[in-house]
Design a protein around this ligand. Structure first.
Ligand SMILES: Nc1nc2c(c(=O)[nH]1)N(C=O)[C@@H](CNc1ccc(C(=O)N[C@@H](CCC(=O)O)C(=O)O)cc1)CN2
Ligand SMILES: Nc1nc2c(ncn2[C@@H]2O[C@H](COP(=O)(O)OP(=O)(O)OP(=O)(O)O)[C@@H](O)[C@H]2O)c(=O)[nH]1
Ligand SMILES: [Mg+2]
Length: 461
C-alpha cells in the first residue's frame, strides 16, 4: 500500500513531446481521484488491467479523441498507486487537451501536474523498486549506445541491487556477531579469530572489489568519455574527427587555422559512448576570431577525460616536439587523471614505418591506418574491458559509495589487527560501511539526495 496517502494525485503526458503514432497521458493517485477521471473521461468505471477502447470525453461530453484507457489498481501499478493511462493519438494538441481535461476533473481531488521523475519517485517510495533501479530507468531512457541500454536493463532487473544486498547481508552477519560479543565482554578475547572475522572481511573486500570494477564499466557506458583533439594548426585534428566519426563533420583545408570553434561529435567504440571534440589549432595569433577559438580549445582541454595531442609526422622532430611551451601549457590545463596520448599523424607520408610505444602512436587520418589500434588504446586508457560481461549501469555516486564502504572495511580491519582489538570501533566501521552500501539502493538516503536524483528525470516519468 502506498506510503504516502497524503500525496496529491498527479498527471502528466508520459510520451515525448511532438507528433507520434500514440501519445499517453498518465495519472496516479487515490482510487477516488483516478475513478473520477475514468467516470468523467471514459464514461465508466474501468476494469483493472483491461484495455478499454472508446471516446475520451470533454466537459460537454464531446470526444477529445478515441483511444485506449488502461486502469491499474493499487498496488499493482508502476507507482504502486491507482493509475490511469489514456492512450490517444500522439499529437501535441490532443495530448494537451487530455492533460487539461484530467487536471480539471481531478481538481476536486487536488490533482496537479507531476514534477520530473515523480511517478518513478512514488514507485520508489512505495517500494516497487529501489533507488538503483529507479536510476536505471532514467539511464535506460538516456542510454546512447546498445551496450549502455543493455547494462541499464540489468540494473533495472535488480542485478546491481542484488549484488549490494549480498554485500549488506555479509556485513550485517559480521556486525551481529561483533555486537553480540560487545554485550558479553568476557567473550571478547579471541572473538575475532573464533568467528573467522578476518576471513569474512577478506570475502567482503573481494566482493566489494568485484562490484566496484563492474560498476566502473557501467559508469563508462553511462557517462561516456570526452576525448579532446589538440595540437598546432594543420596537424590533422579535423581530419581525425571526420575519420573517427565516419562523417564529414568538420571542415578540412590545407590552410592553418581552419577550425575556429570546437566541433563535437558522438561516436561509439564497442558500445562506449565517446564525445570527440575537435578544437582550433594552438598557435600565437593576432586574429581576433582565432584567439577566441583557442580560448575554447583550452576550455575543452579542462573538461577532457583523455587528451589526444596530434603532431605532424612530416615536421622535423625538432619542430614537432621542440614546442615545449605548448606541451607545458597542455599539461597544466589537463585535469589530473586525464591521460595525454601523442598521435603522430600523416604517417602515410613517412618513408619508413614507425613503431608505436606507450606514449605515442602513429596514425594516418587520411588513409585510416592506425585508427583501429587507436580505438583499442582509447578503450584501454579509459579502463574499459571489452570482455567484461554482465555489466550493470552505474553512476559516479555509486562508485563513491562503494569506495567509501571499502575504506570503512579497511579501517575495521586495521582495528581488528591492533593488540587490544577495539571491538566497538570495529563494529562502528562495519555500521558505516553498511550505511554507504544502503545509500546505493536507497535503504538509507537523505531527502536532498532523492531530490537531486528524481529532478533530473524527464516529466512524465
Ligand atoms: N503503457 C505503458 N507502458 C510502459 C509503462 C507504463 O507505465 N505504461 N512503463 C512505466 O514507465 C514501463 C513498464 N513499467 C511498468 C512497471 C510495472 C507495471 C505494473 O503494472 N506492475 C504491477 C503488476 C505486475 C505484474 O502484473 O506482474 C505490480 O508491480 O504490481 C507496469 C508497467 C514501460 N512501458
Ligand atoms: N597526407 C596526409 N594529409 C593529412 C592527414 N591528415 C590531415 N591531412 C591534411 O592536412 C591538412 C590539414 O588538415 P586538418 O584536418 O584541417 O588539420 P587541423 O589540425 O584540423 O588544422 P586546424 O583546423 O587549422 O587547426 C589538410 O590538407 C589535410 O588533408 C594525413 O593523415 N595524411
Ligand atoms: Mg581543424
Amino acid at each position: 500500500m502506498p506510503n504516502h496517502p497524503t500525496s496529491p494525485p498527479i498527471v502528466a503526458i508520459a510520451t515525448a513531446t511532438g507528433r507520434g503514432g500514440v501519445g499517453v497521458v498518465r495519472a496516479s493517485g487515490s482510487f477516488a481521484a483516478i475513478d473520477a477521471l475514468a467516470q468523467a473521461i471514459c464514461g465508466r468505471t474501468l476494469t483493472p488491467r483491461h484495455a478499454h477502447y472508446g471516446a475520451f470525453l470533454d466537459e460537454h461530453h464531446q470526444p477529445i479523441d478515441h483511444g485506449l484507457a488502461l486502469y491499474f489498481n493499487a498496488p499493482h501499478s508502476y507507482t504502486g498507486e491507482h493509475v490511469l493511462e489514456l492512450q490517444g493519438h500522439g499529437g501535441p494538441v490532443v495530448m494537451q487537451l487530455l492533460l487539461r481535461r484530467c487536471l480539471s476533473v481531478g481538481a476536486a481531488h487536488g490533482m496537479r501536474l507531476a514534477a520530473a521523475g515523480e511517478f518513478t519517485e512514488r514507485a520508489f517510495l512505495n517500494d516497487k523498486i529501489d533507488l538503483a533501479q529507479a536510476e536505471a530507468i532514467a539511464d535506460l531512457i538516456e542510454a546512447s549506445t546498445e551496450a549502455a541500454a543493455k547494462s541499464a536493463v540489468r540494473s533495472l532487473s535488480g542485478e546491481f541491487s542484488s549484488r549490494i544486498h549480498t554485500l549488506v547481508d555479509k556485513v550485517v552477519h559480521l556486525r551481529m556477531l561483533v555486537e553480540a560479543t560487545l554485550d558479553f565482554p568476557e567473550e571478547e578475547i579471541d572473538f575475532l579469530q573464533k568467528a573467522d572475522a578476518f576471513g569474512q572481511l577478506d570475502r567482503i573486500q573481494a566482493e566489494l572489489a568485484g562490484v566496484l570494477s563492474t560498476a566502473k564499466q557501467g559508469a563508462l557506458l553511462r557517462d561516456g568519455v570526452n576525448v579532446v583533439l589538440v595540437g598546432q594548426p594543420n596537424v590533422g585534428k579535423s581530419s581525425l574527427l571526420n575519420a573517427l566519426s565516419g562523417q564529414d563533420v568538420a571542415i578540412v583545408t590545407p590552410i592553418a587555422g581552419t577550425t575556429r570553434d570546437t566541433v563535437t561529435q558522438s561516436v561509439q567504440i564497442d558500445g562506449v559512448p565517446l564525445n570527440i571534440i575537435d578544437t582550433a589549432g594552438l598557435r600565437d595569433t593576432d586574429d581576433v576570431v582565432e584567439k577566441i577559438g583557442i580560448e575554447r580549445t583550452w576550455a575543452a582541454v579542462e573538461k577532457a577525460d583523455v587528451v589526444l595531442h596530434l603532431i605532424d609526422a612530416t615536421q622535423a622532430e625538432q619542430e614537432r616536439l621542440g614546442d615545449t611551451s605548448l606541451l607545458k601549457a597542455l599539461d597544466e590545463k589537463i585535469p589530473s587523471g586525464a591521460p595525454r596520448l601523442t598521435l603522430i599523424n600523416k604517417s602515410d607520408l613517412l618513408e619508413q614505418s614507425a613503431v608505436n610505444d606507450d606514449s605515442r602512436m602513429y596514425i594516418s587520418a587520411k588513409t585510416g591506418e592506425g585508427l583501429d589500434p587507436l580505438r583499442a588504446r582509447l578503450l584501454f586508457i579509459v579502463g574499459f574491458e571489452k570482455t567484461a560481461s554482465d555489466v550493470f549501469i552505474a553512476r559516479e555516486r555509486h562508485l563513491t559509495a562503494l569506495r567509501h564502504a571499502d575504506e570503512h572495511i579497511q579501517t575495521a580491519y586495521a582495528h581488528a589487527l591492533t593488540q587490544d582489538q577495539k571491538l566497538d570501533l570495529f563494529a562502528e566501521e562495519l555500521r558505516l560501511a553498511q550505511e554507504q552500501l544502503n545509500q546505493i539502493t536507497g535503504a538509507f538516503t537523505s531527502d536532498d539526495l532523492l531530490g537531486v536524483i528524481f529532478s533530473s528525470f524527464c516529466i512524465g516519468k
